[in-house]
Design a protein around this ligand. Structure first.
Ligand SMILES: Nc1nc2c(ncn2[C@@H]2O[C@H](COP(=O)(O)OP(=O)(O)OP(=O)(O)O)[C@@H](O)[C@H]2O)c(=O)[nH]1
Length: 418
């Protein structure tokens, strides 16, 4: 399993600059999120500095006075890192590096670093490396010149603990290579996705703000071995598993990447194809950390991203998770359920709630199955929700009734009707 450099806790000063177009609430939330991202990357926040300006300073992002203030803080607190809450231009990084001993990184690099640490599947790793290199390339000013003392620590790590390449020629070659490999993997996944569609499987996807508890719920529902941890972004790749509902009906469940505000564009591009998978689901299971103070902000972020993905029309079950920490007293959206993913009873209630939503989308069928056709019977049991199965001794057949997914490939379900 892929872990951070647990022993190293770099000390970071966070820097934000609020422009007139950003209201106080949004700016505050974004700084809070930066703190949480820093902790996720195994950094320790030792100071937070912010400034209001009409526009960013083209040379140093923040004003001269603030630069002086941070120089003093850096010395006093012995900071290793200064993290800026916006994307810095290559020249801003260069200019700032002249003022500080600590390494300078921006929000994008921080997020890329976290994604690099937590990518699990081959595709996720390739995509994160590509996003990192595309970010890095314009920021190198010549062969072998490094970006803000590239070499170790937050912002410089590649997927699977490899060091980021720093030579322009190598980077270009690697970008080319990565694009080819990603194409292959994506094509392979597309074929797999088409096959699943063709088979008419019912597909559900877990979506939600990062750290809401998606992987935990996914594991409990699918009894799969996914990676969960109390840090942001434990899920970077969509993982798809079979989930058996109480009736025996099997659906596919996909776990998706955690959503955050202002995901860097390079990463949106990298994960677009994987997020598109969620956009094709029959049912979205939106997991919300009900115990978080930023709950409503998180919900807004997720709705916005779903909207961008053109997935807002998909039926949704809202799950307020971590009930053990908030008491479950919401009068929330419909349909919804409050649970603690850590409680077996609640997981069982969640399965029933999911089943209720699934049934809404299924079609009633009635079919006679010859007694000797055990194969069809067993398929009906797992691929549909069978309500009745009566044996007609005279005709030597089973009279079955139930609900099936409308695009089910069980072609023998001919005589549907309500
Ligand atoms: N107290 C409590 N903790 C929970 C519950 N569900 C999940 N957690 C914890 O919350 C943390 C985050 O859970 P994950 O399942 O990794 O969250 P995620 O939504 O997959 O996160 P990303 O992959 O970062 O998007 C873990 O430490 C879980 O153990 C719950 O119901 N109650």
């Amino acid at each position: 399993m892929n872990r951070q450099n647990d022993s190293v806790h770099e000390k970071a000063i966070l820097v934000g600059c609020q422009l007139p177009r950003q209201n106080d609430e949004r700016f505050f939330y974004s700084m809070e999120e930066l703190k949480s991202l820093t902790k996720t990357a195994n950094g320790t926040v030792c100071a937070v500095v912010s400034q209001k300006r009409e526009r960013y300073d083209s040379a140093t992002f923040i004003g001269k006075g603030k630069v002086e203030e941070i120089i003093a803080l850096e010395e006093e607190l012995e900071a290793d890192l200064i993290i800026f809450n916006s994307e810095l231009s290559p020249s801003q990084v260069r200019n700032l590096s002249n003022h500080f001993n600590a390494r300078i990184i921006d929000r994008t690099q921080l997020i890329l670093d976290i994604f690099a640490q937590r990518a699990k599947t081959r595709e996720g790793k390739l995509q994160v490396e590509l996003a990192q290199l595309e970010y890095l390339l314009p920021r190198l000013s010549g062969i072998g010149v490094t970006l803000s003392r590239l070499g170790g620590g937050i912002g410089t790590r590649g997927p699977g603990e490899t060091k980021l390449e720093k030579d322009r020629r190598h980077i270009r070659f690697r970008i080319h290579e990565l694009k080819q490999q990603i194409n292959q993997v994506v094509n392979h996944r597309e074929r797999y996705r088409e096959r699943r569609k063709h088979q008419g499987a019912f597909q559900a996807a877990l979506v939600g703000y990062t750290n809401a508890g998606k992987s935990t719920i996914f594991n409990k529902l699918a009894e799969a071995d996914s990676y969960e941890e109390d840090k942001l972004f434990a899920t970077l790749d969509p993982l798809t598993r079979k989930v058996k509902l109480k009736s025996g009906f099997q659906m596919l469940l996909t776990d998706t990447v955690g959503f955050i505000q202002d995901l860097p564009t390079s990463l949106i591009a990298a994960f677009r194809s994987t997020l598109e998978e969620a956009a094709e689901a029959n049912l979205l299971i939106h997991v919300i950390d009900g115990s978080s103070e930023d709950r409503s902000q998180h919900e807004k972020t997720v709705s916005r991203i779903l909207n961008d993905l053109k997935a807002s029309h998909i039926p949704m079950l809202t799950v307020y998770n971590k009930k053990d920490q908030f008491g479950g007293h919401f009068i929330p959206e419909n349909p919804s359920i409050s649970i603690s993913a850590l409680s077996e009873n609640d997981i069982s209630a969640l399965l029933s709630a999911i089943e209720k939503e699934v049934v809404k989308q299924l079609t009633f069928y009635q079919i006679d199955v010859p007694a000797h056709d055990g194969k069809l019977l067993s398929r009906l049991r797992s691929e549909t929700i069978m309500l009745e199965q009566e044996f007609n001794k005279e005709k030597q057949l089973y009279e079955c009734k139930g609900y099936a997914h409308s695009s089910s490939s069980i072609d023998s379900i001919g005589n549907r009707g309500e």
